[in-house]
Design a protein around this ligand. Structure first.
Ligand SMILES: *[C@@H]1O[C@H](CO)[C@@H](O)[C@H](O)[C@H]1NC(C)=O
Ligand SMILES: *[C@@H]1O[C@H](CO)[C@@H](O)[C@H](O)[C@H]1NC(C)=O
Ligand SMILES: *[C@@H]1O[C@H](CO)[C@@H](O)[C@H](O)[C@H]1NC(C)=O
Ligand SMILES: *[C@@H]1O[C@H](CO)[C@@H](O)[C@H](O)[C@H]1NC(C)=O
Ligand SMILES: *[C@@H]1O[C@H](CO)[C@@H](O)[C@H](O)[C@H]1NC(C)=O
Length: 540
């Protein structure tokens, strides 16, 4: 016990200094939009967020029964995120019997005895707080860690989300009164106005169900956006689509008539729910092509064209243990697209457990960054893989010419040239830059006459001075647009491939899952992910 007290005393002094420091030097910016980018003045800011929930029945940010708030907030920053999509339920801000509830009473209401003991140990100060005070304390602590916060209206009645018939799906559902929703938006915008951590509000999570209706979507999105903007004009206003936030395609023909003074951002969710696992394993290339096209048609298109907007991919994720092969393939496909488009995002999710979810106490969240005890990351390798989407590759204001980096989404690494002109995989921060590639043409090292060149079957790919031979003419050989092949001396196409799971060496190998005509095989037992590469444009 004595040892424990010592640790706490030692921790107090630096923490105190840090609080003072951050009070003066808080660097969380005030954001707006410029074309498809979120910016702080003239500088692009890329949101690399993680979700953290506080909207379940107890209305308490998850994990506070396992670790101190300051520890959790610093872990979020340490694990590579610069921002948190922090959830709230409407009733937490509109109904006194919810927002005035004391944390201890909320825990007792659901018989969460162990959680109460845990909070008393880890965060003793919060038991006597009211729900609303706690929400603010969490946001303030995130701010002290220089994390930006997006406040996400996740549900109306506090509960797990989402189902078609949970009464929380669309305007007019049992728990989803539009007037109360607007009151909630006003209350939150008012409560957090001027809070240096908060950069925006995500207006409503995953609209859905039998009541969903485009006409009403246009009406309520305008009302909600104007409500937030009027109350707190500095906030980004983030608008989500229909069908569980997978569809904003209707904006292509009918834009939302809103002028928010460069504060409007759209959000979307990309999961692989509802797609058969067999299809992912038997037709990996084709399915990646299909779901990528859906993402482009349904929401990524918003970042292009005459009047582009930022797109915040505010939920995506998998079981981080890597045990679900279909999910492993989906996330690899997604990472290739998200790296290329260089959009803002929020991973689902940070919490490694829930105090109470869907009737289960202390439920483990395998999609969570933290392990079940919140001791550390469940899978550090998975977090490393996010580097290519974490880094900013494109900036509107940059005058640099555009280069490309070659990203291998399965490993999360990028191509680099070795001393012996060999190519290997390394952190995308130090990726080698290449000139633009045209299908069937050479891939030239930027600022050099050398080109990426195929080797014999199983041999190490390299860069050579031969940019005109067939061995340097790279074609995308499958429907995924992710397998790069060039011909060997016998006129046979070989593809770039990460040599084996422990190696960073890139070799030339038989192209997987394609026939002699280079089209997809109808079904394929092999896993082409080792051969997936994406040319990602960079201008920073
Ligand atoms: C909590 O426990 C009491 C006594 O065992 C029980 O009557 C009540 O229904 C429980 N409440 C919940 C929400 O489980
Ligand atoms: C959508 O709502 C509008 C106006 O509230 C209504 O006129 C229309 O019939 C609805 N459409 C569908 C498909 O329910
Ligand atoms: C590729 O890996 C195999 C072992 O899996 C090894 O024998 C071979 O030498 C490696 N190839 C290159 C070019 O490093
Ligand atoms: C290069 O490829 C083209 C088209 O496949 C073929 O006609 C030509 O013979 C090849 N050249 C050599 C030197 O292999
Ligand atoms: C990779 O390394 C692990 C542990 O070091 C080893 O068990 C495994 O066999 C290696 N795999 C290959 C393909 O070399």
């Amino acid at each position: 016990m004595e040892g424990r007290r010592m640790t706490i005393n030692k921790a107090i002094i630096p923490l105190f200094l840090f609080l003072q420091f951050s009070a003066f030097c808080n660097s969380v910016p005030q954001l707006s939009t410029n074309s498809r980018f979120i910016v702080d003045g003239t500088k692009r800011v890329k949101l690399a967020c993680v979700n953290w929930v506080s909207h379940l029945q107890p209305m308490i940010a998850e994990g506070l029964e396992k670790k101190p708030l300051s520890h959790i907030a610093s872990k979020i920053a340490e694990t590579g995120f610069n921002c948190v999509r922090f959830t709230w339920a409407t009733f937490m801000f509109t109904r006194p019997d919810y927002y005035n509830l004391k944390v201890s009473d909320s825990l007792e209401k659901y018989n969460l005895t162990a959680a109460k003991t845990g909070i008393a140990e880890n965060n003793p100060g919060i038991l006597s707080m009211r729900i609303l005070e706690l929400h603010k304390s969490v946001v303030d602590e995130l701010g002290r860690n220089n994390l930006m916060v997006v406040l996400d209206n996740h549900v109306s009645r506090p509960d797990w989300c989402c189902g078609d018939d949970d009464g929380n799906g669309f305007f007019g559902d049992d728990n989803f009164d539009p007037t109360e929703w607007l009151q909630g938006l006003t209350a939150v915008a008012r409560a957090y106005k001027g809070n240096p951590a908060v950069v925006g509000m995500s207006m409503r999570n995953e609209l859905r169900g039998k009541r969903q209706n485009e006409t009403e979507w246009y009406k309520y999105m305008q009302e909600g956006a104007n409500t937030i903007h009027k109350e707190s004009p500095d906030f980004l206003v983030i608008i989500s689509g229909l069908s569980y936030d997978t569809n904003l395609g209707f904006l292509r023909t009918k834009p939302l008539p809103l002028n928010l003074n460069n504060k409007l951002v759209y959000e979307a969710h990309w999961y692989t729910f509802g797609i058969s696992a067999d299809r992912w394993t038997a037709q990996t290339n084709n399915l990646c092509a299909v779901v990528t096209k859906m993402a482009r048609d349904n929401y990524l298109f918003l970042t292009t064209g005459d009047n582009p907007f930022p797109l915040f991919l505010s939920e995506f994720g998998i079981d981080q243990r890597g045990v679900n092969e279909a999910e492993n393939r989906y996330i690899t496909c997604l990472l290739a697209e998200v790296a290329e488009k260089d959009i803002d995002w929020a991973l689902w999710t940070f919490q490694g457990s829930y105090m109470l979810r869907q009737g289960t106490v202390n439920l483990e969240e395998y999609f969570g960054v933290m392990d079940v005890n919140w001791d550390g990351p469940r899978n550090p390798g998975y977090l490393d893989r996010l580097q290519a989407i974490r880094q900013m590759n494109q900036d509107l204001k940059s005058n640099h010419p555009t280069y490309y980096i070659i990203f291998h989404p399965q490993s999360g690494q990028c191509l680099q040239i070795g001393k012996a002109n060999n190519v290997f995989l390394a952190n995308c921060k130090t990726a080698t830059r290449w000139d633009q590639h045209q299908d069937g043409g050479p891939i030239k090292l930027a600022g050099s006459p050398r080109c990426l060149t195929v080797a014999g079957d199983g041999g190490a790919a390299c860069v050579s001075n031969d940019c005109s031979g067939n061995g340097s003419k790279w074609k995308f050989v499958s429907s995924s647009g992710l397998q790069l092949g060039a011909q060997n001396g016998q006129g046979k196409y070989l593809c770039l491939e990460k040599n084996n799971s422990n190696s960073t060496v890139i070799v030339s190998k038989k192209c997987l899952c394609v026939g002699d005509n280079l089209d997809d095989l109808a079904t394929c037992a092999e896993n082409p992910l080792v051969q997936w590469f994406k040319l990602v444009p960079v201008n920073v």
